[in-house]
Design a protein. Sequence first.
Length: 292
Amino acid sequence: MKNYLKQTLFIGLSVFAVSCAPDRVDGDGNGLVPTNSDASFTVTKTSENHYRLSASNNNYISSKWDLGDGGGFGAGPNIYDVFIPDEGTYNIQHQIIGQGGLVGGTASQTITVDKSDPAAGNMIQGGKFTDAADVAKWSLTFPNPSNTALWVWDLTNKKATFTATGWDRNVMYQAVEVVEGRKYKADAVVSSKGVSDSWFEIYVGYTKPTANTDYTGDGNDSTWLRGINTWAGSGTSAFNGKISIVGSKNSNNPDGVFTATKSGVAYFAIRSGGNDMKDGISITNIEFRGVN
């Protein structure tokens, strides 16, 4: 009797599971894939550095947008007002999404921004690592590190990669001009296959980094603005995206804001090291900009 009940229950559950699985037939209107694959959109300049992206149809569940800044696709509305503060050419992409997250179509357009916004433009120089001149904008506090803590410049793929073992470390930095009372935010595109017992953190402070020393801005090692930090829950598996999204949040400063207490030179520094950074952490599209 017990065997009979088990077999009957198993068969019943199997039939139920099969009956509930939706068939996917292209064009049958089952909602999994948008029946209209038109992901096209229009671009309207609304003011300097401000643009409106308007999807041409709304026959889908949701939109995803890639704003061409290295951050990849992210959710956004059908009519999307965006601010592009930096001069340059941007490949904007739009995806339409059906039920189950299936992509029904992708479209792209190019936006050329003629000049940077004077208040919110990027203050970092050489943050895209396109050539030797970009690399020259940066200094290291350990200018001649051992083979266990290295910055490597990949100008072909436009990124800088840091690796370390045995708890070794290094700091890459440059000077920036800040204005008293203003707030600033840092961000960057970071990627890695994953690391172990490692940190990769952005600090800003008035104290100048010095040779062969670690750096924590004007405070201590809990004052970082953005970070990949395995003890804080990020970096142990593969990642690729904005550090503000894929990184850890500092509980002391979850928004990653630096507030200038005086006008003048401050220092933007990337402090990194670890026990086993494996293939390392790469960074590009580094930015530091005012937010008010």
